[in-house]
Write a protein that binds this ligand. Structure first.
Ligand code: PNS
Length: 164
């Protein structure tokens, strides 16, 4: 049986840290779905279509990785897809409390799906989507924080000619 994992997140935008976690997870599992959680109460920088485009472009070298969007409960979506694991990236201590809570809630909701934490490369461990958004919106250079194709999509979104 092929082992499928889900890597969920907002990915607004996907950073090099996210991409590093995707690469590591794609080596650990037979198949990986990068799943963009669509939260209608948030006003994102990138639309779900732009985030999908950004993730497809930056993971095209990984044949066992696909990109989807999901609504509602993560564990429900994971079960529907037939996934046995949820992958989350873990940076320094700041992430732990939130990730611990989310993993425990997800386990309480569904025993069959385990959460697996992967550490990104040291050089990406300071990165977050919110930092990239802030630097981008304020006109700073974020080219070493995201994949080149993602940079182009952010630039387009900020120019206002592709924002939904
Ligand atoms: O990148 P993020 O913003 O930390 O990702 C958060 C995400 C999308 C993984 C999380 O909000 C989520 O799982 N949303 C789905 C709703 C859900 O299942 N909630 C219960 C678990 S806390």
């Amino acid at each position: 049986m092929r082992r499928l994992a889900i890597y969920p997140g907002s990915f607004d935008p996907p950073t090099l840290g996210h991409l590093d976690v995707v690469e590591r997870a794609s080596r650990l599992f037979d198949d990986l779905i990068v799943a963009i959680g669509v939260n209608s109460s948030k006003k994102p920088l990138l639309s779900s279509e732009q985030r999908t485009e950004a993730l497809i472009a930056s993971t095209s070298h990984l044949p066992n990785v696909t990109v989807q969007t999901f609504n509602g409960l993560l564990v429900k979506y994971a079960l529907e897809q037939g996934a046995s694991s949820i992958v989350r990236g873990l940076r320094a201590t700041a992430d732990f409390e939130y990730e611990f809570q989310m993993a425990m809630v997800n386990r309480r909701l569904c025993e069959q799906v385990d959460t697996v934490f992967l550490m990104t490369k040291w050089e990406h461990s300071y990165l977050s989507s919110s930092i990239v958004r802030e630097v981008a919106v304020l006109g700073g250079d974020y080219s070493d924080m995201v994949h080149p194709s993602v940079r182009a999509i952010i630039a387009r979104a900020l120019n206002g000619n592709d924002r939904t």
